[in-house]
Ligand binder design. Structure first.
Ligand code: FAD
Length: 334
C-alpha cells in the first residue's frame, strides 16, 4: 500500500524571498517525499519571473508552479485555498503541505474542504506503518501528543509548525534545476466572501511562551539591574522574555513567564539562558528548543552540557555592552 500521487508544497514568499520557513518547508517536504516514496513539487503565489530558482534548486525542488495572479490571491485566502485545491486536483496530488503560520493555518481548512481531504495540523513526525502512515502532532501549545493513522483512502492536507522546520540541507538532498510553469484554473473559481484587510502578528512580549519563537530567559544570576537590562534587550530585539523559578519566586515576573517543569514547556527556535544554572527542573522545560545558547559566569554550570553554544561571561559586564551594541545597530531605545 502506498501513496497515490505527489506531494504539493505551498511556499509563501514574503517580500518575494524564500525565507527560513519556506526553506524549512522544502527541507521537510523533500524528507517526507523520501519517507512516502513519492514525487513532490512546489506551488507559489508569485509570477514566474520573480522566482529565485537557485534557492529552490538548492533543496532539490523538482517543479515549481506559479498560481496566476497569486499576489492578489494572498489577500483572499479563501479563494487562494480554492486555487491550491484545484491545482492539487489537476496535478493529482495526494498530500498538500503548508506551513502552520498565519496564512497556512487559514488556508488548510479551505484546501481540505475543497479537496475533500483529511487534515492534520501542526504535524511533527511522519512514520510508515503496516496500516498506512503514522502522523504525530503536539496540540494545545505542546501539552498533548497525538498520533493518527492516515490510510491513503483520501488525500491529506498537513500543516507543519514553523518551530519544527529546519532549513538545514540534508546531505542526501541533491540540488536541482527546477522546472517552472504558470497555472490558472480552467474554469473561474468563485470569489471569496471575505477578504483579509490586515494581519497582526503576535507580540513577543505577550505571546504565550509555549508559542514563542525566540526566548531570552533570566536566572538567579541576574540582579535587579541586569534583570531590567535584559528586559530592555528583549524589547529592543522584539523577542520573548522568560524566567526561572527563583526569579519568579522573587516576584520579578508573572507565573506565565516561568519556564520549566512547573512552568511553561517551551520549543522556540532559539532559547538563550542568562545566569541559569541548568537544573533538571528547568532543562526539562527547554530541551525541545531548536537551539540553546547559554551565558553563565561558572564554566562548570550544568546548563553548558545541555546547550548548543555556551559563553562564560559575567552578565554585569556583558549586558550593558550588549545593550549598547544593539542600540547602536537599531538606533535608540524601544
Ligand atoms: C518540584 C520542583 C519543580 C521545579 N520547577 C521549576 C521550573 O519549572 N522552572 C525552574 O526554573 N525551576 C524549577 N524548580 C527549581 C529548580 O530546581 C532550580 O532551583 C532552578 O531552576 C534554579 O534556577 P536558576 O538557574 O535561576 O538559579 P541558580 O541555580 O541559583 O543558578 C544561578 C546561576 O547564575 C550564575 N550566575 C551568578 N551570577 C552570575 C553573573 N553575574 N553572570 C552570569 N552568571 C551568573 C551562577 O553561576 C548559576 O549557575 C523546581 C524545583 C522543584 C523542587
Amino acid at each position: 500500500m502506498g501513496i497515490n500521487g505527489k506531494i504539493l508544497i505551498f511556499v509563501d514568499l514574503p517580500g518575494g524571498e524564500l525565507d527560513e520557513t519556506g526553506r524549512g518547508l522544502l527541507s521537510y517536504g523533500a524528507r517526507l517525499a523520501g519517507i512516502l516514496d513519492a514525487n513532490w513539487g512546489v506551488a507559489v503565489a508569485v509570477a514566474p519571473d520573480s522566482v529565485q530558482l537557485a534557492a529552490f534548486g538548492a533543496y532539490g525542488t523538482p517543479t515549481i508552479t506559479c498560481l496566476q495572479d497569486g499576489e492578489k490571491l494572498l489577500d483572499t485566502p479563501a479563494l487562494l485555498g480554492k486555487y491550491i485545491a484545484q491545482l492539487a486536483k489537476d496535478e493529482l496530488a495526494a498530500v498538500i503541505l503548508l506551513p502552520h503560520n498565519d496564512l497556512g493555518s487559514t488556508l488548510a481548512p479551505v484546501v481540505a474542504h475543497e479537496f475533500k481531504a483529511a487534515i492534520m495540523t501542526e504535524l511533527i513526525s511522519v512514520n510508515r506503518s503496516a496500516d498506512g502512515v503514522r502522523l504525530s502532532r503536539k496540540a494545545l501549545g505542546v501539552r498533548i501528543a497525538e498520533t493518527r493513522t492516515w490510510d491513503f483512502s483520501r488525500p491529506l492536507v498537513a500543516t507543519v509548525p514553523t518551530r519544527a522546520l529546519s532549513q538545514v540541507l540534508m546531505p542526501t538532498v541533491r540540488s536541482s534545476s527546477p522546472s517552472l510553469a504558470g497555472w490558472r484554473p480552467t474554469a473561474p473559481l468563485s470569489a471569496a466572501s471575505a477578504t483579509v484587510t490586515c494581519r497582526i502578528p503576535p507580540d513577543p512580549q505577550t505571546v504565550d511562551l509555549s508559542e514563542a519563537e525566540v526566548i531570552f530567559s533570566a536566572g538567579k544570576g541576574c540582579d535587579p539591574k541586569t534583570f531590567s537590562q535584559l528586559k530592555e534587550l528583549c524589547k529592543l530585539l522584539n523577542v520573548s522574555f522568560g524566567v526561572t523559578r527563583p526569579v519568579y519566586d522573587l516576584g520579578w515576573s508573572g507565573f506565565e513567564r516561568m519556564v520549566g517543569q512547573t512552568g511553561r514547556t517551551v520549543t522556540p527556535r532559539l532559547y538563550v539562558a542568562l545566569g541559569i544554572s541548568g537544573s533538571m527542573h528547568h532543562v526539562g522545560g527547554i530541551k525541545d528548543s531548536r537551539r540553546i545558547v547559554s551565558i553563565n559566569s561558572d564554566s562548570k554550570a550544568p546548563i553548558f552540557p545541555n546547550s548548543d553554544e555556551g559563553f562564560v561571561a559575567d552578565l554585569k559586564e556583558l549586558l550593558p555592552r550588549l545593550l549598547d551594541q544593539v542600540k547602536a545597530r537599531i538606533g535608540g531605545a524601544a
